[in-house]
Write a protein that binds this ligand. Structure first.
Ligand code: ADP
Ligand code: MG
Length: 237
């Protein structure tokens, strides 16, 4: 059973040793804005599956962005895989990001590239050999149920399929941490559930998974820990 502790709550039993994420009294204020997050503390252990819920504008994306270094905290510390993200320069940050798979609500696929190319171009950029890329591509396509659609272009796919391509792209480098920012936001319930089942499978293989959503029904259907962001504060549900 993975564990979660937020401010005022600490539990201890977990399936894999080690902490994946620690937020220590993190606040984030954007320029000319009030607090997006206020004094948030969170610990996520390796192997955990965590939902972050909250209304639009509550700070969910901001929280995830700080985990992959797209935003820095105004106060407090964000530790990912034992690294204080704020201390990283460009190279260190790019190394950290190789260990994080990120999925967005709007897929962000390249329209002129096939499914297979969309999935593998990051590996190419990272200097993987063609053989290694081929070795990884097929099982990844299989896992997201798109083996027969490798040569399609994004506009020849349904929304659910496009989201599964973006998940394949996020996981083909086998990162230990998966972050998904409202990955089911544009999908109907059936496709949403397929996406969640893929994340659950990846979690069963050992990945730490953090998903933001405002879909309360989806969260209730799963039995994973949930935290809620409200007025910049984090609450355990
Ligand atoms: P959510 O993902 O829960 O919808 P966000 O994290 O995107 O919430 O936003 C939290 C708050 O921070 C909102 O009030 C939003 O307007 C503000 N915000 C987000 N990004 C920026 C930005 N780049 N500049 C200024 N304010 C921002
Ligand atoms: Mg958001």
């Amino acid at each position: 059973m993975p564990i979660l502790s937020t401010t005022g709550n600490t539990e201890t039993v977990h399936s894999q040793a080690g902490t994946m994420i620690e937020l220590h009294s993190v606040s984030k204020t954007y320029l000319h804005s009030h607090h997006a997050l206020l004094d948030v503390s969170l610990q996520v252990n390796k192997g955990e599956f965590l939902f972050i819920t909250g209304a639009s504008g509550s700070g969910k994306s901001t929280l995830l962005k700080m985990l992959y270094g797209a935003e820095l905290p105004t106060q407090g510390e964000v530790i990912v895989d034992n690294i204080n993200v704020a201390t990283l320069e460009n190279y260190g940050l790019s190394l950290l990001r190789r260990r994080i798979g990120i999925v967005f609500q709007d897929y962000k696929l390249i329209p002129q590239r096939t499914v297979a190319e969309n999935i593998t171009f990051v590996l190419q950029a990272q200097g993987y050999t063609r053989k290694e890329i081929q070795r990884r591509l097929e099982p990844t396509l299989k896992l997201v149920g798109l083996l027969s659609k490798a040569d399609r272009f994004p506009d020849q796919l349904s929304g659910g399929e496009q989201q599964r391509v973006s998940i394949a792209r996020a996981i083909v480098g086998t990162p230990p941490l998966l972050l998904a920012d409202e990955p089911t936001g544009n999908l109907d319930p059936d496709n949403s559930w397929q996406v969640i089942e893929i994340f659950q499978k990846l979690n069963s293989f050992g990945a730490t998974v953090i998903i933001t959503t405002h879909d309360e029904q989806l969260v209730r259907r799963c039995h994973h820990p949930v935290v809620q962001v409200k007025d910049g504060k984090l609450y355990r549900k």
